[in-house]
Design a protein around this ligand. Structure first.
Ligand code: PLP
Length: 395
C-alpha cells in the first residue's frame, strides 16, 4: 500500500527547521554550536501577558471552545489596535483570530483560490508561501527581486507575469528573510497596480513593529480606499510580543473573505487556543514597555553585527531596517570556498565552524544565506568572528 499522498511526499520540508534540527543534532554530539537559524524572538513572553493566561486557567474561562472566529473581546482588541496603529476603522466581522499568522495565510489561500489561480510571490520569500499556495491548488508565480534593487520588485516585473489567472499579489514588508521595507511611495505604486488589475492584496505585516533607525512602517491598506477594499492583512502576536509558542494570528479585511476564512477555520482548527486568546487581549491592550525594550535590543544588535558581517571576505550585505534577519549575498564567498550550491556552502560552514545559518535556497535565493540576530550579542560576535576566520582560511 502506498501510505502517503504524492502531494505530501513532494512537499519540501521547511529549510529553517531542517537547519535548526541539524544544529541541534550537532549540539547533542557535544559540538559548540551557535544557532542563528531561529525565526523567533529570543526573549520570554512579557510577564503581564503570561499572568493573564494563568488567570484564564484559574478562573475557568479558558476551559471551553471559543467562537470559531475568535473571542469577541479579542476581536474588539484587534479592532482598537487597527484604529490606533493602522488608522483603519474596521468592524469586528472583518476580523478572524487564527492559530498563528501561518494558519491565517493558509485559510486565506484555501478560501480565495480556485484551482489554477495565480498568486504573485516576490522572492526572496518566506518559506511557507509557495507550498501553501500549492496546497490550495493555486500556482505560485515567483517574481525575483535582486539584492542590487534592495530586494524590491518593480511594476515592470509584475506586468511581465500578469495573466488572466492572476488573483493575488502577496507583499511581506518588513520581509523575512531580507528585512527589507517598502516605502510609502513604492507601496502606493504596487497597490495601484493591483487595483488597476483588479487583484487581491495579501499584506503579511507580521514584522510591522520591528522597525529600526529612521525607517517607518506604512500599512498598504492605509494608502487609498480602493487599495484597502482589496487588502487582507495578516498579522499576529508571535514576533511583536515574543509569543511564537502561543500561536495567535489575526486576519483583517473584506467581510465576505473573512466569513469564508472563518468557515474554513471552523472545519479545521475549531478555534485558536483559548488561553492564548486571553493572553493576546493583554498583549494588545496592556503595557508595551517590554515590547519596546525588545525592539531596541534588536536594533542595537543589528547596528553592532552589520558592520562586522560586511567585513567578511566574499560577504555582500545591505543593511535592512526591519525584522531580525540579515541576508548576505555569498556568491563570492562560495566561489572562494569552491562551492556552487548555497546549501552545501551553508552545511560546510556549520560542520567546520559550528555556526548555523539558513540556506537561501528555501527562500528562493541561490546566492544568499539568512542570519537571524535573535541571539545574544556575545554569541553573535563570536559567530561572525568564526565565519570571518573560516573565510580567511584555505579550503
Ligand atoms: N509570515 C512571516 C513572514 C513569518 O516569518 C512567519 C514566521 O516565521 C509567519 C508569517 C508566521 O507567524 P506565526 O508564528 O504567527 O504563525
Amino acid at each position: 500500500m502506498k501510505k502517503c499522498s504524492d502531494f505530501v511526499l513532494n512537499m519540501d520540508e521547511s529549510v529553517t527547521l531542517a537547519a535548526a534540527n541539524r544544529a541541534k543534532e550537532l549540539k547533542s554530539e557535544g559540538r559548540d554550536i551557535i544557532d542563528l537559524t531561529l525565526g523567533q524572538p529570543d526573549f520570554p513572553t512579557p510577564e503581564n501577558i503570561g499572568k493573564v493566561a494563568i488567570e484564564s486557567i484559574q478562573n475557568g474561562k479558558a476551559s471551553y471552545y471559543t467562537q470559531a472566529g475568535g473571542l469577541p473581546e479579542l476581536k474588539k482588541a484587534v479592532q482598537n489596535y487597527f484604529a490606533s496603529f493602522y488608522n483603519y476603522e474596521i468592524e469586528t466581522n472583518q476580523v478572524l483570530i487564527t492559530s498563528g499568522a501561518k494558519f491565517g495565510l493558509y485559510a486565506f489561500f484555501q478560501s480565495v483560490l480556485d484551482p489554477g489561480d495565480e498568486v504573485i510571490i516576490p522572492a526572496p520569500y518566506w518559506v511557507s508561501y509557495v507550498d501553501q499556495v500549492k496546497m490550495a491548488k493555486g500556482n505560485p508565480i515567483i517574481v525575483q527581486a535582486t539584492q542590487e534593487n534592495h530586494f524590491k520588485i518593480t511594476v515592470d516585473q509584475l506586468d511581465a507575469v500578469m495573466s488572466d489567472k492572476t488573483k493575488v499579489l502577496l507583499l511581506n514588508s518588513p520581509s523575512n528573510p531580507t528585512g527589507m521595507i517598502y516605502s510609502e511611495e513604492e507601496l502606493r505604486t504596487l497597490g495601484n497596480w493591483a487595483v488597476e488589475h483588479d487583484l487581491l492584496i495579501l499584506a503579511d505585516d507580521i514584522y510591522c513593529h520591528l522597525i529600526y533607525g529612521d525607517e517607518k512602517f506604512t500599512p498598504i491598506s492605509s494608502l487609498s480606499e480602493e487599495i484597502k477594499k482589496r487588502t487582507i492583512v495578516i498579522n499576529g502576536a508571535s514576533k511583536t510580543y515574543a509569543m511564537t509558542g502561543w500561536r495567535i494570528g489575526f486576519a483583517v479585511g473584506d467581510e465576505e473573505i473573512i466569513a469564508a476564512m472563518t468557515k474554513f477555520a471552523s472545519q479545521t482548527t475549531s478555534n485558536p487556543t483559548a488561553i492564548s486568546q486571553y493572553a493576546t487581549i493583554e498583549a494588545l491592550n496592556g503595557d508595551k514597555t517590554q515590547v519596546e525594550f525588545m525592539r531596541k535590543t534588536f536594533e542595537s544588535r543589528l547596528n553592532t553585527i552589520y558592520p562586522l558581517l560586511s567585513e567578511i571576505p566574499g560577504f555582500e550585505v545591505i543593511k535592512p531596517n526591519g525584522a531580525f534577519y540579515l541576508f548576505p549575498k555569498v556568491k563570492k564567498a562560495m566561489e572562494m570556498k569552491g562551492f556552487t550550491d548555497v546549501t552545501a556552502f551553508t552545511t560546510a560552514l556549520l560542520e567546520d565552524t559550528g555556526v548555523a545559518l539558513v540556506t537561501g535556497a528555501g527562500f528562493g535565493s541561490s546566492e544568499n544565506v539568512r542570519l537571524s540576530y535573535s541571539s545574544d550579542l556575545t554569541s553573535l560576535k563570536e559567530a561572525v568572528q568564526r565565519i570571518h576566520s573560516w573565510m580567511n582560511s584555505s579550503n
